[in-house]
Design a protein around this ligand. Structure first.
Ligand code: ATP
Length: 604
């Protein structure tokens, strides 16, 4: 292991604290059930201890030794082997009943805790700023919500519960060992130290590797998820083999790391097993000697060996746990990192009820995407969109048109300069209110898994069916929806891939119409439509544009000629602005774009 791979003790202590903190949080909701389950766990443990003592009594009873060395007093002193056997059976029965409830309750608490944690994580994810999503891959985030929480849940149900019971069992057994024979117990203690030392040494080694195994697995899940989501792209580029190779390479890295963890873990278990077995031979010899000399009854020696078995079992299982605890700390650290991410200033704010007038002003705004600070995407933008105006933005691909609209929605904050909305710095407005007053019809619309009605009502949750149909009609979407057997109740399918690009775009337009925003952004909104449908949708949009500030992004310049103002962007700067006629006459970059598209020869 190179130095860079070594675990920072401060970091692992932090991760461990994170696990404890998470588990405490996860348990708080089920305090009562947890207390009951713990009480039953204690009952189970007492049953085990009583069992070991009773077996000793049974043995002493069988060889008639209890009269000399047996310490049983009261009515139990007269018990023969039948009574002790019955007592043992009663213990087994009680143990079974308490184990049933205790296991069931711990399982339930774990499930509830995982549901709570997943809800918290998803809630936090929804409110994180766009910059976070630019820098984290969707597959990795989904794996935190599902796989990492799954690991923590498993840890909670099995490892925490087992850890508690092993510790209690270990302590109870140690006490009983000293009560029965202090000299034998001291011997046990002496051999206990090497076992602990070996487990700590191996546990550390396994922990560091396990975290890397977990990270590697996360990477493979990102690759598979991206390939499956983009299966259309994979197939059209015949890149099946390329994706396979990428996935196989990631898996083989995972496998070699996992092999190392497996070897270390096997070394840990076999080492402990060897120490335990070889020392138990010596112990049997020494204990038999004590029985022979009359210092210990055979029954007490039997009980001693039972307790030793319990202790060895608890110790071995605790050592196994250390490896898993390290895996859990990795998962807990990632979950905590996500929970500690700073959300947008969104939740809990009071949302004003008045309508935005739609006056938007960019004052010397420059912007770079988070993670690409050196690359300035927008440079000193000065732009005023007056309320009710329809402004078009044109320019080559990558000029920064979509980025400009992203700033209007405050998906990102300007790196420099001020964005003013209704005359005030956008930061002073409630973020929720600001976004509620805006709507966007994006270049590419993805539908989600619900019905078409649900997809349209996403624009204004709670809208009536009548309003939804009206919006769909205005967007010219009803014409294809009515031809479907289930009409608006047709499921959109996986991301809406069962619908054409143009149909999805009309659904997105219907969503925007339903929202009735003060500011509307049309980002290439009619790009997927044929000429006939584009004309119909444009008519609908024209009605929509009348009552609000509209920003239209278009590559086809013929579609923006009726805008009040055209902004021409190039390499993150506004290079020209004015009406179509002014810009055309100026014979600049806009004229060059127009000529390139031969828009005039087509339209005039
Ligand atoms: P198009 O007409 O092709 O949609 P555009 O003019 O809308 O292009 P933008 O999408 O705003 O251009 O992109 C402007 C620049 O910002 C591009 O260089 C792009 O690579 C970069 N960019 C866009 N989104 C991100 C992001 N999330 N993170 C980092 N860089 C980005």
């Amino acid at each position: 292991m190179d130095s860079s791979e070594k675990e920072d003790p401060k970091k692992s202590a932090g991760a461990f604290r994170a696990v404890i903190h998470l588990y405490v949080e996860m348990t708080l909701g089920s305090r009562f059930l947890f207390a009951c389950a713990l009480a039953l766990l204690a009952v189970s443990l007492l049953m085990y201890l009583a069992f070991a003592i009773a077996v000793g009594k049974l043995v002493d009873g069988a060889i008639g030794n209890h009269l000399e060395l047996d310490s049983t007093e009261g009515w139990m002193a007269t018990w023969g082997i039948n009574q002790w056997a019955l007592f043992l059976f009663a213990l087994v029965l009680v143990n079974m009943i308490s184990s049933f409830f205790e296991t069931c309750w711990f399982q339930l608490i774990g499930e509830r805790a995982a549901v709570e944690l997943r809800t918290q994580l998803f809630d936090r994810l929804m409110y994180l700023p766009m910059g976070f999503f630019s820098m984290n891959r969707a597959g990795d985030l989904a794996s935190r919500v599902l796989a990492d929480v799954g690991l923590l849940q498993e840890g909670w149900i099995n490892d925490v519960r087992n850890g508690l019971s092993y510790i209690a069992m270990g302590l109870g057994s140690v006490t009983m060992l000293f009560v029965i024979s202090p000299s034998l117990a001291v011997f046990v203690f002496l051999i206990g130290f090497p076992v602990i030392a070996v487990s700590i040494w191996f546990g550390r080694k396994i922990g560091a590797d396990s975290k890397r195994v977990q990270d590697k697995l996360g990477q493979t899940s990102v690759i598979s998820e991206e390939a499956i989501h983009g299966i259309h792209r994979v197939k059209t580029f015949t890149n099946e083999d390329y994706e396979n190779r990428k996935f196989r390479a990631a898996l083989s890295e995972y496998l070699s790391l996992a092999k190392r963890v497996a070897i270390n873990r096997a070394g840990l278990f076999s080492g402990i097993l060897f120490i335990l077995m070889s020392s138990s031979v010596f112990l049997m010899w020494y204990g038999s000697l004590q029985v022979q000399q009359g210092k210990l009854s055979p029954g007490d020696f039997t009980s001693f060996m039972f307790f030793l078995g319990f202790l060895g079992n608890a110790g071995g299982l605790l050592a196994q746990l250390t490896g898993r605890v390290h895996r859990m700390t990795g998962a807990a650290q990632r979950v905590c990192d996500l929970l500690n991410e700073k959300p947008e200033k969104f939740t809990g704010e009071n949302t004003p009820t008045e309508r935005m007038t739609g006056d938007i002003e960019f004052c010397d705004v420059s912007f770079s995407y988070p993670g690409r600070a050196q690359l300035s995407v927008l440079n000193n933008i000065n732009l005023h969109l007056k309320a009710g105006e329809c402004v078009a933005i044109v320019g080559p691909s990558g000029a920064g048109k979509s980025t400009l609209t992203a700033l209007m929605f405050r998906l990102f904050e300007p790196s420099q300069g001020i964005l003013k909305i209704d005359g005030r710095n956008a930061e002073e407005h409630s973020l929720k209110w600001l976004r509620q007053q805006m709507a966007m019809v994006p270049q590419e619309t993805l539908l989600f898994g619900g019905t078409l009605e649900e997809n349209i009502s996403y624009g204004r949750p709670g809208a009536s069916r009548k309003e939804i149909i009206k919006a769909a009609r205005q967007a010219n979407a009803m014409e294809f929806i009515e031809r479907l057997p289930d009409n608006l109740d047709t499921p959109a399918g996986d991301r809406g891939t069962q619908f054409s690009g143009g149909q999805r775009q009309r659904i997105a337009i219907a969503r925007a119409i339903l929202r009735d925003p003060a500011v509307l952004v049309l980002d290439e909104a009619t790009s997927s439509l044929d000429t006939e449908n584009e004309r119909l949708v444009r008519d609908a949009l024209e009605g929509l544009i009348q009552k609000r500030t509209t920003l239209v992004i278009a590559h086809r310049l013929s579609t923006v000629r009726r805008a009040d103002k055209i902004i021409v962007m190039k390499e993150g700067r506004i290079v020209e602005q004015g009406s179509h006629d002014e810009l055309y006459a100026a014979n600049g970059f806009y004229r060059h774009l127009c000529d390139e598209q031969q828009c005039l020869t087509e339209d005039q």
